[in-house]
Design a protein around this ligand. Sequence first.
Ligand SMILES: *[C@@H]1O[C@H](CO)[C@@H](O)[C@H](O)[C@H]1NC(C)=O
Length: 146
Amino acid sequence: MNAGGWMGSMCILYASLTEYILFFGTAIDTSGNSGRYWANISDTILKGSFRQWKEGELESRMFKPGDTVYHEWGEVTAVQWEEGTWMVEYARGFIPSTLGFALADTLFSTTDFVNLFYILRVYSKALLLEASTSILEWKEFIKESL
Ligand SMILES: *[C@@H]1O[C@H](CO)[C@@H](O)[C@H](O)[C@H]1NC(C)=O
């Protein structure tokens, strides 16, 4: 996927309207804008390095495997990943608000509509999975209450 000027790859493990967990990383050196979200995001580095430059600061910070990088609600930073960086990302907030940023580069820069389709498909699939488990849990709850 392309977003904020960087290019990376993600594998969604779980997503709902209020949370997601995914693997994210890149096989090339890449950098750009983190995006400003209505969500708190944390990244735990598995391999490689993640450099974060916060708005209003004069120096950037480098994070290494084992470190967790926090990106708070409403915050924006410059981000830089070296080749071979992989991490686990957890977000909590209003997840659909992250889609505009996540899709803008694809819509207006790369115009890679195949990729756009993949991203929308994987997110819809995750939402459907989440909805179906909720319905099952609800059914169980009703059964137990009767
Ligand atoms: C995001 O983090 C802030 C500060 O830690 C906290 O006050 C807020 O409740 C968090 N929001 C969500 C949706 O977790």
